[in-house]
Design a protein around this ligand. Structure first.
Ligand code: KMH
Ligand code: ZN
Length: 275
């Protein structure tokens, strides 16, 4: 089977140090968490940035500082800035880090409720706008879908040549109001993928490691990290992102699935290195 690409989502925009003290805020903390995740087996860092007090920001200067610090500590690693940002940010604010020309970034492919009055807005026109801005810079988008209807929409946009091949998805399952992270829902989604598409599975909360195992068995890739889940097991906080990456590596070992290096991850996802 193909090697396993592990993405570490080290910080996110919503989780705080009150939830888990290992959530990184400062540039130095981000670089340390990225380094530990890479040593544990991650080849991609899904990156959000914060002000030192934890406030989420999409400031390009903050991203620039974080990317520089992560590269200085980790050497070659794939850095995937978020264009999702935090709930309530404007589209142009969310897109700010793409001016840094990363090799990869996220492209969120549908609106989803986050619970209460919170919702993450990605209308069709938003998706078209984001995709134009991302493709015109030659950046490779990871297509974030929170359920099957988002996948179906992406496939229509692909037929209409708005979303371009190669198609690489991140299926984010187990959010409060999105598709669940059960095995049945995993298969429903993955069985609907076109040939040649690649995917990584992001399981939220209690689904993180069970979905990771399903992806490992079925040839998919895996994203883990404190953005998505703060526990290493029920009731026990993870002591950093590396612990979650290590848990995935252990599951991969159990199933004889080898871990991709950074170079191999680039080959598997058809990425060109950032300039
Ligand atoms: N923080 C969420 C509102 C992404 O990174 O592209 C959006 C998010 C998705 O995390
Ligand atoms: Zn994110």
């Amino acid at each position: 089977m193909n090697k396993l690409v592990i993405t570490a989502a080290i910080c996110g925009a919503e989780v705080t140090k009150k939830d888990n003290p290992y959530v990184p805020y400062t540039i130095e903390e981000l670089a340390i968490e990225a380094y530990n995740a890479k040593r544990a087996g991650a080849s991609i860092i899904h990156l959000h940035v914060r002000e030192d007090d934890g406030t989420p920001t999409q400031s390009k200067d903050r991203f620039k500082d974080a990317i520089r610090a992560i590269k200085a500590k980790c050497g070659d690693i794939i850095i995937q800035p978020s264009t999702g940002g935090a709930v309530g940010m404007s589209n142009d604010e969310r897109l700010a880090p793409i001016v840094l020309n990363p090799e990869m970034c996220t492209l969120d492919c549908g609106t989803v409720n986050f619970g209460g009055d919170a919702f993450f807005k990605n209308t069709e026109n938003d998706i078209i706008y984001f995709s134009q801005k991302i493709y015109e810079r030659g950046i490779f988008p990871e297509l974030e879908c929170f359920g099957k209807m988002h996948l179906d929409h992406v496939l229509k946009l692909h037929t209409e040549k708005i979303i371009k091949a190669p198609l690489h998805f991140s299926f984010v399952l187990g959010t409060r109001a999105g598709q669940s992270g059960t095995a049945r829902d995993f298969h429903f989604l993955v069985d609907s993928l076109p040939e040649n598409a690649t995917y990584t599975i992001t399981g939220i909360g209690k689904y993180e490691l069970s979905l990771a195992e399903l992806a490992i068995i079925n040839g998919g890739h895996v994203r883990v990290g404190l953005e998505d889940n703060i526990y290493i097991k029920k009731g026990q906080l993870a002591n950093g992102n590396a612990a979650l990456v290590k848990a995935v590596v252990d599951i991969a070992k159990k199933h004889n699935r080898a871990i991709a290096s950074v170079k191999e991850a680039r080959q598997l996802l058809n990425l060109k290195e950032a300039s």
